[in-house]
Design a protein around this ligand. Structure first.
Ligand code: SF4
Length: 408
């Protein structure tokens, strides 16, 4: 039988000084905002003529997103303009940024390419892996093709992969707190089964967590369990066999308080079932929320302690970390989750994303006519120029010139 030669991934150094210098200049020209920098320097507050804007202390682009964008731009600069470059899905979850990437001439293919898309790729093609990573099988297929991979997977995502691979090596089932349909969670899930024998189950809500806890403690209807979590567990996963030893990990962008609660409830179930002294054999966890997500949630928590009339959360509607910022706001005050300034149609009408019905809805009379304090934050995938657009639009709707605001 012929022995297949191991696939050696083709790598290229994009971070050459001459390339990165040009990339930095281009990235700044696309996403920087002088206005946002001025507000930051002004203690994150601006106030004039009855309008006060308070920016969270941490908001917008995180280090992982900046790196992914830099690498995508660097890829375009490193290869001849006529060389096709493909991106798996979206580089990050922000429509404007993805448009900019397409404008560079980078073509988008599915995050899990179909057979037809794979067939179209050749060994000469460059393929960019987005910040949230890709599934193991997709990566293997691309490597087997011989494609040149530009891997922008964030280091914090790879840390989660390391944890779940260790769980699998120790015959511990990974319980992943995350969104089963999200690219990052799909990539993380795929890591649990990479060496065979590992299993995973994705839980999203506390209600799902309680269901799993009850099953651990009392057993239940296996068919119902598998139906309920369809698409959120590994092939061959059996709740009667694979919940004896579990390890919790989470998508990097979940809500901190909720992830802690998931851990606490699962741990309590395992202690109840096996006893405190045996708990370590049956339960593990690693907090894998990334620093950037945490910083943005902490900063919003502080902002929400101040008197605000409403909160604007800016970011892509499919952005996990942004959706959690909106969730935090909603729990306390009128919150509008918008993807750009155009959603502030007038002072009477705003179009904003409602996560509960998963679509954009309209709200009337959203902007008070008298004195108003508006809190603003933005997800880790939202560039500063979009935040500036929102601030300018707010000023415009209140008939205030930005210059007046800056001069105050
Ligand atoms: S949100 Fe966190 S995990 Fe995602 S790219 Fe940013 S730093 Fe990395």
């Amino acid at each position: 039988m012929p022995i297949e030669a191991p696939v050696v991934p083709r790598k290229i150094n994009l971070r050459r000084p001459e390339i990165m210098e040009a990339v930095q200049a281009q990235v700044l020209s696309h996403y920087r905002s002088e206005l946002v920098e001025r507000i930051r320097a002004n203690g994150h507050v601006l106030s004039a003529d009855g309008l006060t804007i308070k920016l969270a202390k941490e908001f917008g682009f995180c280090y992982g997103v900046e790196r992914a964008i830099d690498l995508a731009y660097a890829a375009r600069k490193s290869f001849p303009a006529d060389k096709p470059i493909f991106l798996l899905g979206e580089i990050i979850h922000n429509p404007e940024v993805n448009d900019q990437i397409r404008n560079l001439g980078i073509q988008t293919i599915s995050n899990k390419p179909t057979e037809q898309e794979m067939a179209r790729l050749s060994s000469e093609d460059v393929v960019i892996i987005p910040a949230f990573g890709t599934e193991v099988t997709t990566r293997q297929k691309l490597e087997q093709k011989g494609c040149i991979l530009v891997d922008t997977t964030c280091g914090d995502v790879m840390s989660v992969w390391k944890r779940v691979r260790q769980y699998s090596a120790d015959k511990v089932t990974s319980i992943i707190h995350g969104k089963a349909w999200h690219e990052e969670t799909k990539a993380t899930s795929s890591q649990t089964i990479v060496s065979g024998g590992g299993h995973y189950l994705v839980v999203f809500t506390l209600a799902e967590t309680d269901y799993v806890c009850n099953y651990i403690l009392q057993g239940g209807d296996k068919a119902e369990f598998l139906k309920k979590f369809k698409g959120a567990y590994s092939e061959g996963f059996d709740p009667d066999l694979h919940l004896h030893a579990i390890g919790v990990a989470n998508q990097t962008t979940m809500l901190r308080g909720e992830t802690e609660e998931v851990q606490r409830r699962l741990k309590a179930a395992m202690i109840k079932k096996y006893g405190e002294s045996e708990a370590d054999k049956h339960f593990r966890f690693f907090d894998t929320i990334c620093g950037a997500t945490q910083d943005r949630q902490d900063a919003l928590e502080k902002l929400l302690r101040q008197p605000l009339d409403l909160l604007l959360v800016i970011g892509g509607y499919n952005s996990s970390n942004t959706s959690h910022l909106a969730e935090m706001g909603e729990a306390q005050l009128r919150t509008y989750f918008i993807k750009n300034a155009a959603k502030m149609v007038s002072e009477k009408l705003i179009q904003h994303y409602d996560q509960h019905v998963q679509k954009e809805i309209e709200t009337r009379d959203w902007l008070p006519a008298d004195n108003v304090t508006v809190g603003i934050t933005a997800g880790a995938s939202c560039p500063n120029n979009l935040i500036e657009d929102v601030i300018r639009r707010l000023c415009e709707l209140r008939g205030i010139s930005v210059q007046a605001l800056l001069a105050s």
